[in-house]
Ligand binder design. Structure first.
Ligand SMILES: O=C(O)CCC(=O)C(=O)O
Ligand SMILES: [Fe+2]
Length: 331
C-alpha cells in the first residue's frame, strides 16, 4: 500500500466557480480518505522556508533549552498554577498512549478556549498557551504558521464538501473558528535501554487523531511514522516525508461525519534512528461547540443507518485529553 497524493491547489482561493480540476481533486480526496485515511497533500502553497523555520525553531529549543527553561512552561494539571491539563511542555515519557509512556518531548499549543477565564485557576483547556520564555521568535513563528494551516484546513474542507456532493461552503459554520491543536515534538532515538526501561513503549504509541485533518510537518527522518495497513493485516506502512508535501490524515470527527466512509487510520511513531527527530503536527479541528453527526448523504451511501451518535467536539476532546497524561495521582 502506497500513500496516495491529493492536490488541493484548486481550492485554495475561496469563492472560485466549480470546475473540472476541482472535481478531479475532490475525487482523489474521496478515494484517499476512503481507501487509506492518509495521503500526501501537494499544491498547498506554504513556502518551504517557512516550514524549515518552524522545524529549526523546535529543534533549537528542544536541544538548547535548560531544564529550568523547560520546567518554566511545564504542562500542569488543570487548576494547578497556570496549568489547564493540556497546554505546555511535556518531558520525555509524560505523554501516555494505551497506558504506555511515549518516548518524546513536546510543547502542546491550542486555540483559545471560547470563554477563557481572566486568571487561574483554569479548568481543562481553559488556560493560555505557555510559550518558551527564552525564544522571543517562537510564538511569532508558530502563530504565523498556524494561521496559514488554518486557511489550508478550510480549503481542504471545501474540497471534502465537493467530494461529498455538498455545497462547497457546507462545513464553514462547523469549523469557524477551528479549535486547532499544534504539537512541537522532539523524538530522541529509541535506544535499547529506553525500550528495556519502558517495555512496549514507542516514540508515540498507536492511536487515531481526534478531529478533522492532521497536517504533519516532519524533518527528513525516514521510517519513523508508521500507518496501519488494511491490506497487510497487522502490517505497518512507512509514511516517509516527501519534499513539498504534507502528510495528512483523517481524524475521528471526519470518520463520524461521513458515517465511516472516511477512515481515521491508526498510526504510531517508532524512531529507532540515531538522530533527534522533529515533527510539528497541526490538527485542524471543528469549533469547540460544533455538533457532529453523520451526514445524511453519507448515511445513504453506507446502508441507510447512522453508525455514530451526535457529539459536541469540545466534549469529545476533553474525554480524549483526560487519558493522555500521567496525572499527579498516577505517578
Ligand atoms: O510525529 C509524527 O510523525 C506523528 C505524531 C502523531 O501522530 C500525533 O502527534 O498525533
Ligand atoms: Fe497522530
Amino acid at each position: 500500500m502506497a500513500l496516495p497524493f491529493v492536490d488541493v491547489s484548486p481550492f485554495l482561493q475561496k469563492g472560485t466557480p466549480p470546475s473540472p480540476v476541482k472535481e478531479a481533486s475532490a475525487k482523489s480526496l474521496f478515494t484517499a480518505c476512503h481507501d487509506v485515511g492518509f495521503f500526501y497533500l501537494k499544491g498547498h502553497g506554504i513556502p518551504k522556508e517557512q516550514c524549515d523555520l518552524v522545524l529549526d525553531t523546535v529543534k533549537r529549543w528542544m536541544l538548547t533549552a535548560t531544564k529550568e527553561e523547560k520546567d518554566a512552561i511545564a504542562r500542569k494539571d488543570a487548576g494547578v498554577g497556570d496549568g489547564d491539563g493540556a497546554r505546555g511542555y511535556q518531558r520525555v515519557g509524560e505523554n501516555v498512549t494505551l497506558g504506555k509512556s511515549d518516548f518524546h518531548e513536546a510543547i502542546d499549543l491550542y486555540a483559545t478556549y471560547p470563554s477563557p477565564p481572566p486568571s487561574p485557576p483554569y479548568g481543562p483547556l481553559q488556560g493560555p498557551n505557555l510559550w518558551p520564555k527564552n525564544s522571543p521568535t517562537f510564538s511569532t513563528t508558530f502563530t504565523t504558521y498556524i494561521d496559514q494551516i488554518l486557511l489550508l484546513g478550510a480549503a481542504l474542507m471545501r474540497c471534502m464538501a465537493v467530494a461529498l456532493s455538498l455545497p462547497e461552503d457546507h462545513f464553514e459554520p462547523f469549523i469557524t473558528p477551528s479549535f486547532w491543536v499544534c504539537r512541537a515534538i522532539g523524538y530522541p532515538p529509541l535506544t535499547p535501554e529506553a525500550m528495556a526501561a519502558n517495555p512496549g513503549g514507542v516514540g508515540c504509541g498507536a492511536h487515531s487523531d481526534y478531529g478533522c485533518w492532521t497536517f504533519l510537518l516532519a524533518d527528513e527522518t525516514k521510517g519513523a511514522l508508521k500507518v496501519k495497513s488494511k491490506d497487510d493485516g497487522e502490517g505497518w506502512v512507512d509514511a516517509d516525508p516527501v519534499e513539498g508535501c504534507y502528510v495528512v490524515n483523517v481524524g475521528d470527527m471526519l470518520m463520524q461525519w461521513t458515517n465511516g466512509l472516511f477512515k481515521s487510520t491508526v498510526h504510531q511513531v517508532v524512531h529507532l534512528g540515531s538522530n533527534y527527530r522533529v515533527s510539528v503536527p497541526v490538527f485542524f479541528e471543528p469549533s469547540w461547540d460544533a455538533k457532529i453527526s453523520p451526514l445524511e448523504t453519507c448515511v445513504a451511501l453506507t446502508g441507510g443507518e447512522a453508525l455514530y451518535k451526535e457529539v459536541t467536539y469540545g466534549e469529545y476532546l476533553l474525554g480524549k485529553i483526560a487519558t493522555n497524561f500521567y496525572t499527579e495521582e498516577k505517578k
